[in-house]
Design a protein around this ligand. Structure first.
Ligand code: GLC
Length: 822
């Protein structure tokens, strides 16, 4: 097992840099070079995005990859120049400098900042093993790229890593596994592989995607503090450099290249409940009833593997679930959607049509001898779909009809590393063959391993789109490769009901967010082992801020539904989950921003404050969008914790206390009052309480503000919540600007963009922390319907007649002292 996580033993191979290169030719955006037997290309895809490809042993350059969503780039203005041994490729934003003798590539931006420079001595090259016949070796030689570490350069990203936020000084493996010993901070490698780093130097960012689907390793200045290397077991060396200079710029371009999250169905932002397993219809009904009886919002209930007949995918267990259609439609009436698990292993069984059809159509993976490859998973001996084959993907998608026909709302793709039981929690041997089908090409598992999960998720998303073209697919995946965000959300697999894992969730999700996978979540309460009331309550205080909020636990563990541990924990979970439900309009606007720009929903502080290096160490607090900062308690028996508030004015969510950042503060956060801070002058849109999305109209919409001298803004976003009308302009986007100057506060709801008209009678503006009763409150110059609660300094303005108006300006004026406390 150790080899999965540790550096491979020295194989006796010798690293050989490419040496001298010669410029062969160029076109409008690319340089083509030759270095020994390798072909090298350097291309400007966009002003701030470069691609470098090195193709050993005379292989033809190619860049198609599961990571890449965008292959055709608009033309870009590029200026090329050769002077002696140096060739430059300049855009309006950056320059790629290529030195020919020996071949080295480095980058600078328009401000002169240098980054991603090849190490002077080592550059790019291959690991050569004496006597190996590289031409007959299917993987070719290992490839490596050595980059100079800029002075002060710090590395982030790398996907779902369990240890902290920062990756400087670490060795990272990218090889999807179902970790045999569970998650711990020292295992740097889990179910997904996103070989991408975001680097920060003096507050400026650049990103590097090392696009190779073999086993990949990064040494981020661990072996030598002055350099990093990026290597793969075989294949070509292809990497992309995102010039920044802000983390937002990097993630924006990175997700333009690798794809962005689709718009989610609105219901999938609600609270979700799972267990391995709710064993039969009766138990599922009881859990649903539990939520409604305890007044705890919930939108989704999951069916884990026991709903199937002997774990055969795309079947129903007739004893446990005799009438799935009836069950699902009853639950739907109560406001629940049902999501079912699907594993890739197909039981080898002559009487099971999914297997016999897959075999007949030659859609499974093969051994090197050409037999069907088999291994054991839940159903016993299984065959495994070759998802590299487009025909397999189509077939797999189509098979979901048996679930969708019964009313299933979404699909949960598990075990798709793939995880195998022989040996325990292993994966396919590298020499298993993916035949690829008639239009594809055969590949060894070692060449494409990290993409297996993404290809399955792609098949499911496409399948769901075909089966229900008017609905937004809801697909979850455990495994995947860079770009997986365009197919599915990622949940992070089997954590444990440990305090350490509550802590770990935060760097994990922040790392994912920086790596394009913004729609993600961990099992709330922890999967393995028994939770306890305090842990579940604290986990829920954190969990409601995850883009994907689902409570899940393993077979044989204690019940873990939000009411399972009685009071005071049940009330804490209830209030937290209600808060999540009220926050949905805020979250939904963040999803829309992410869908458009890739900006993480749950984001590290450094994303918004890259110039402030103190934020780089803030593993266990995060921002949800720009308006909320959340700092969960992650130890038992504790009510206080340190919080770092970055620059700006912040208000404590529960007490309204005001803080000026940057500041280190000690927060008091008793159970039920986690440390949450709202940024001044931005708005937090809140729905009224409801048990599930669609229970009643989202009316009134409350816009909560904490005004302070200065100004701020936010964007509201609404659409039909499902379907694709938003692509045709059926959405409502509205900028909300709040300005505070001395004795006056103005709130402007600007003209709505888009043709969607939310059904609503009232919008309430709720301004907190205003210590004097204002003299006048007007809406578009006329007297407003408003109130003031002296005790907590709250002004409420009811916009009823003005809801439909294009521009609404609310002015709150005092002739006396300043309105919010100075
Ligand atoms: C895997 C999944 C887990 C699921 C279980 C049974 O361990 O990660 O979430 O409950 O399989 O299907």
């Amino acid at each position: 097992m150790a080899e999965i996580f540790e550096k491979p033993p020295e194989t006796g191979g010798r690293y050989e840099p490419l040496g001298t290169a010669e410029l062969l030719d160029h076109d409008k955006r690319s340089l083509r070079l030759k270095a020994g037997s390798a072909a090298v290309e350097v291309t400007a895809l966009a002003p701030d995005l470069f691609r470098v490809g090195m193709f050993p042993e005379g292989r033809t350059p190619r860049y198609d990859s599961e990571a890449i969503a965008k292959e055709d780039w608009e033309s870009v203005e590029v200026f090329m120049e050769q002077s002696g041994d140096e060739v430059t490729l300049s855009t309006t934003a950056a320059i790629a400098r290529v030195f020919l003798n020996p071949l080295r590539v480095r980058f600078t931006d328009a401000s002169g900042r240098g980054f991603a420079a090849d190490d002077e001595e080592l550059g790019m090259g291959t690991v050569v093993t004496p006597d190996a016949d590289v031409f007959s070796e299917p993987l070719g030689s290992p490839v490596r790229l050595y980059k100079w570490r800029e002075i002060g350069e710090r590395y982030f990203g790398c996907g779902e890593r369990t240890s902290g936020l920062e990756k400087t000084g670490t060795y990272q493996v990218f090889w999807n596994v179902d970790p045999p010993l569970g998650h711990t901070a020292s295992y740097n490698n889990l179910y997904t592989s996103i070989p991408f780093t975001l680097s920060m130097t003096n507050g400026k960012a650049y990103g590097l995607l090392f696009d190779n689907t073999h086993r990949v390793e990064f040494d981020l200045a661990s072996e030598n503090p002055e350099r990093a290397y990026y290597g793969a077991e075989g294949g070509d060396l292809v990497y992309y450099v995102f010039c920044g200079p802000t983390p937002r710029d990097v993630v924006d371009r990175y997700t333009e290249l690798t794809g962005r999250i689709p718009m989610p169905p609105l219901w999938s932002l609600g609270n979700q409940q799972c267990r391995y397993s709710y064993m039969d219809e009766g138990e599922v009904r009881e859990v649903a009833r539990g939520f409604r009886e305890h007044y705890i919002p919930c939108d989704v209930i999951y069916l884990d593997i026991h709903y199937m007949d002997g774990y055969r995918v795309f079947t129903w267990n007739e004893e446990r679930f005799p009438e799935p259609e009836k069950l699902i439609s009853e639950l739907r009436e109560q406001g629940f959607r049902v999501v079912t698990i699907v594993d890739p292993g197909v039981k080898v069984d002559e009487n099971y049509p999914v297997y016999t059809e897959g075999r007949r159509r030659n859609l499974f993976c093969k051994t090197s001898e050409g037999e069907e490859y088999h291994n054991v998973v839940w159903p016993g001996m299984c065959a495994f779909p070759d998802f590299t084959n487009p025909e397999t993907r189509e077939w797999w998608g189509e098979n979901h009809r048996t679930l969708l026909d019964k009313g299933v709302a979404g699909i949960w793709c598990d075990m798709n590393e793939p995880s195998l039981f022989v040996p325990r929690q292993s994966t396919m041997p590298g020499d298993v063959v993916h035949p690829g089908g008639q239009s594809g090409e055969a590949k060894l598992h070692a060449q494409i391993h990290n993409t297996y999960g993404s290809l399955e998720a792609c098949a499911v998303r496409e399948g769901l789109l075909k089966l229900r073209p008017d609905e937004r697919p809801f697909v979850i995946t455990r495994a995947g490769y860079a770009g997986l965000q365009r197919h599915a959300l990622q949940w992070t697999g089997d954590n444990s009901s440990w305090w350490e894992h509550l802590w770990m969730s935060m760097p994990q999700l922040q790392n994912l967010g920086l790596s394009g996978v913004a729609w993600a979540g961990v099992d709330v309460g922890g999967f393995w082992g028994d939770a306890n009331g305090e842990l579940l309550a604290r986990f829920t205080e954190f969990g409601i801020f995850q883009p994907f909020c689902r409570n899940h636990t393993a077979l044989g563990t204690r019940r873990q539904e939000p009411w399972a541990f009685g009071e005071p924990y049940e009330s804490v979970c209830r209030e937290m989950i209600k808060l999540r439900q009220r926050l949905l309009p805020y979250l939904y606007a963040l999803f829309e921003e992410c869908h458009r720009t890739g900006a993480p929903i749950l984001r590290p502080l450094l994303f918004e404050h890259p110039e402030d290096e103190t934020t780089y160490a803030m593993d266990d607090e995060f921002l949800l969008g720009t308006a909320l900062l959340v700092a969960p308690i992650t130890r038992p028996g504790i009510e206080h914790r340190h919080v770092y508030l970055p620059e700006g004015t912040w208000f404590h969510f529960w007490t309204g206390e005001r803080f000026e950042g940057p500041a280190h503060i000690l927060a008091y956060a008793p159970l039920g009052e986690p440390a949450i801070y709202i940024k001044a002058n931005t708005t937090l849109p809140l729905w009224p309480e409801m048990n599930h999305v669609g229970e009643r109209p989202a009316d009134p919409l409350t816009l909560r503000f904490h005004p302070a001298e200065g100004s701020g803004e936010a964007t509201l976003y609404e659409d039909a919540g499902d379907g694709f009308g938003y692509e045709r302009g059926e959405y409502a986007k509205r900028r909300v600007v709040c300005e505070v100057l001395g004795g006056s506060i103005s709130v402007r709801l600007e003209e709505r963009e888009g043709s969607f008209a939310p059904e609503r009678e009232s919008v309430y503006l709720e301004l907190r922390g205003v210590n004097t009763r204002p003299e006048t409150v007007s809406v578009n110059g006329e007297a407003a319907d408003w109130g003031y609660e002296e005790e907590d300094g709250k002004i409420t303005v009811r916009l009823t007649d003005h809801v439909g108006e294009t521009n609404v300006e609310v002015r709150i004026q005092s002739t006396g002292p300043d309105l919010p406390p100075a």
